[in-house]
Design a protein around this ligand. Structure first.
Ligand code: ZN
Length: 78
């Protein structure tokens, strides 16, 4: 009886290990996980000083007093 229980426990552990390995492989295929707080600097949102809209840092235009979204009426004055 003890042998059967031991065999069942070994099989259960083997199944868990295989499932974890498959999950890890699937995650690797999808690419690295990037937590929202660790977004690259260009992906962070900045606020337009003219209209208050939030735009990605890469799309924003640096103006003297902050960032501007580049929309109509928000483009920095020359
Ligand atoms: Zn704007």
């Amino acid at each position: 009886m003890l042998k059967i229980l031991l065999l069942i426990a070994i099989i259960a552990v083997a199944v868990l290990l295989v499932r974890n390995a498959l999950k890890a492989a699937a995650r690797k295929r999808e690419g690295p996980d990037v937590p929202p707080g660790d977004a690259p600097p260009d992906a962070k949102l900045v606020r337009c000083v003219a209209c208050g809209a939030f735009v990605p840092r890469a799309d924003a235009v640096v103006a003297g007093s902050g960032f501007r979204c580049g929309g109509a009426g928000c483009a920095p004055k020359p």
